[in-house]
Design a protein around this ligand. Structure first.
Ligand SMILES: *[C@@H]1O[C@H](CO)[C@@H](O)[C@H](O)[C@H]1NC(C)=O
Ligand SMILES: *[C@@H]1O[C@H](CO)[C@@H](O)[C@H](O)[C@H]1NC(C)=O
Ligand SMILES: *[C@@H]1O[C@H](CO)[C@@H](O)[C@H](O)[C@H]1NC(C)=O
Ligand SMILES: *[C@@H]1O[C@H](CO)[C@@H](O)[C@H](O)[C@H]1NC(C)=O
Length: 545
């Protein structure tokens, strides 16, 4: 299959405007394949280069003295509130015109960007995600290619189809619903771990007629800037999305104190999200409209294993979920509950496979399973958890856990057994390649399900491994609020756009289900219009005669 074939748009316009879109196929990158050769070329092109990235103010590139470095990148930070305020003004200046563009026009830009990512720009954005964010080929492919392309295509389809949801008209009036963008600007704060999330956070509000200030993560600058450029090349007018690398607190303070803030989508820590929410409440009196606040803040995701489970699925599913991308996914499995009858088998197999995991530089050695964690802060935090495991009498390290920051922030995949189901390591998010296991007596599985539900403040993802249908049924009921994405006999990671819409409640966030039609509704402020075609004859009612 050649790469140029891939650039053919995979959508068909049917009568009126139902649009057929399918998920972007995930390429395999087998030795000798054209996609592998193209990727290798793109990786080579990035070697030893430093790309410089401006901050964009009112459509102009601005180079500030405050320069940040990511691997292979230096970027100018729009540190100053004055620059940010200029961005806000520039965005607001184009808002009306952008919002009035027919949704089909706006959607075309995203279909085009998806086609560019699917075809000619795929190797570049993959290479930048691999090098910049330390991803393996497959982790970059499912993110920067498949998921981002799917977000653009499906959201564009949902946006166009939304127009067909119209109210009843009763003679002599016609009623219609106008899907307006929100009045003001949307602030989007994206994380380092998914190139696709950045594109979706900034892109989807824009698709719906909003203007957006996008603060990309310092550690995903290379890929984020490329996505931004691709959107412009696909026809996104200047100033609809403002690309503003900035310090979190400066950005947060400036956007929350603007009277024009109308929406905020945040991905990151609970603490920061709460801080932004509080700032918005404190500024409530200034705003023209109630800002929509949405956030995704992580998880403490579980794999519950029942005595009737299929052991190999448990082992391989858990290894992938816990350790892929060094566990730096909000959906990563970080607590495993195993029944004592199966534990010896599960443990033996986990340790055996653990020994085969290669940690290294995935851009140089395609055989690595995962790479270094993203930065020194992350490294330090994970190291503290491993130290905790070493010193706590209730915890024992079964495998891995060595930390080495000589050439990168490398952490060996670590498996820990906890005798205490309520140890902080079973409750708090770690965001690293650390899996904690609690072994329970088979008979007590119901109590364990209750325990899983009440152990952590999060409610993002979770999985149940069991062959017994009654157990699956019970678990599904008891864990109803424990996970927004719930898996049965499958791992807790790997949600696919339009197949498993993503998001969780509790401390995990506002559960807006990215990758579904519900998501786009957050970015529209509908207007109901009634038009009457007959003269209004009377003000008196018949009963008054
Ligand atoms: C689990 O993964 C290993 C390594 O990829 C593989 O050898 C083994 O067959 C897998 N087990 C099952 C049941 O698929
Ligand atoms: C990405 O990382 C952030 C932390 O920077 C985390 O809060 C978020 O949940 C992660 N999202 C996903 C989809 O992994
Ligand atoms: C060890 O676990 C038990 C409960 O299983 C708990 O009561 C005790 O406080 C824990 N010890 C430490 C040091 O955390
Ligand atoms: C906000 O962004 C996250 C991804 O980080 C996404 O899961 C969530 O659905 C988004 N919410 C809205 C309303 O855009």
């Amino acid at each position: 299959r050649s790469l140029s074939l891939l650039s053919r748009p995979r959508l068909r316009w049917q009568h009126r405007s139902a649009i057929e879109v399918t998920n972007e196929p995930i390429l395999e990158f087998k030795p000798g394949s054209p996609e592998r050769a193209a990727l290798q070329k793109a990786l080579n092109a990035l070697q030893g280069k430093t790309e410089t990235i401006p901050c964009v103010v009112g459509g102009e590139e601005v180079w500030t003295a405050d320069v940040r470095y990511q691997v292979s990148v230096s970027s100018s930070s729009c540190m100053h509130p004055d620059l940010l305020n200029k961005d806000i003004q520039a965005a607001l200046a184009v808002r009306r015109e952008w919002d009035l563009r027919p949704v089909q026009d706006r959607a075309q830009i995203f279909f085009k960007a998806a086609d560019m990512l699917s075809g000619p720009r795929r190797p570049e954005v993959l290479a930048k995600t691999m090098i910049g964010q330390g991803k393996t080929i497959i982790q970059a492919e499912i993110d920067a290619a498949a998921e981002l392309i799917d977000f653009f295509r499906f959201n564009a389809k949902y946006a166009v189809e939304l127009e067909q949801q119209q109210p009843l008209s009763v003679s002599p009036s016609t009623n219609s619903m106008v899907y307006r963008g929100l009045e003001g600007f949307v602030a989007a704060v994206s994380p380092f771990n998914f190139t696709a999330i950045g594109g979706n956070l900034a892109g989807t509000p824009a698709l719906m007629g909003n203007v957006v200030l996008w603060k990309p993560s310092d550690t995903a600058m290379l890929s984020s800037y490329t996505v931004y450029k691709i959107l412009l090349e696909a026809g996104l007018p200047p100033n609809v999305i403002q690309f503003v690398p900035a310090d979190g607190p400066v950005f947060g303070d400036t956007v929350t104190s603007s009277e024009h803030l109308c929406g905020l989508n945040f991905t990151g820590s609970v603490l920061t999200f709460k801080r932004l929410w509080r700032q918005v409440s404190e500024n409530l009196d200034r705003y023209h409209t109630f800002p929509r606040l949405t956030g995704e803040c992580g998880g403490k995701n579980f794999h519950f294993v029942h005595a009737s489970a299929d052991v190999p699925s448990v082992v391989n599913g858990t290894l992938r979920s816990a350790f892929e991308y060094s566990g730096q996914k909000c959906s990563a499995c970080s607590r495993l509950y195993a029944p004592d009858s199966l534990w010896p088998q599960i443990k033996a197999k986990l340790l055996e496979e653990h020994g085969k995991i290669k940690v290294g530089n995935p851009a140089e050695d395609f055989g690595t399973f995962f790479s270094a964690v993203i930065d020194d802060k992350s490294f330090g935090r994970i190291k503290r958890w491993i130290k905790h495991a070493e010193t706590s009498p209730n915890l024992s390290i079964l495998a891995g856990g060595k930390c080495d920051d000589k050439v990168g922030y490398f952490v060996e995949p670590c498996i820990i057994e906890s005798k205490d189901p309520k140890d902080p390591i079973m409750q708090e998010e770690i965001f690293g390649p650390v899996l904690s296991v609690y072994v329970y007596p088979d008979k007590q599985y119901k109590e364990i399900l209750q325990l899983i539900d009440t152990t952590s403040p999060y409610g993002l993802t979770g999985a149940v491994f069991a062959q017994d249908k009654n157990v699956i049924d019970e678990a599904t009921k008891i864990l109803r609020n424990a996970a927004g994405n719930f898996y049965i006999n499958d791992k807790s990671t790997g949600s696919v756009v339009a197949q498993q819409p993503f998001g969780g409640a509790r401390a995990s966030g506002t559960n807006d289900k990215a990758g579904s039609p519900h998501y786009i509704l957050r970015w529209t402020s509908p207007q109901a219009v009634k038009e009457t075609h007959a003269p209004l004859g009377d003000w008196k009612y018949s009963y008054m005669q």
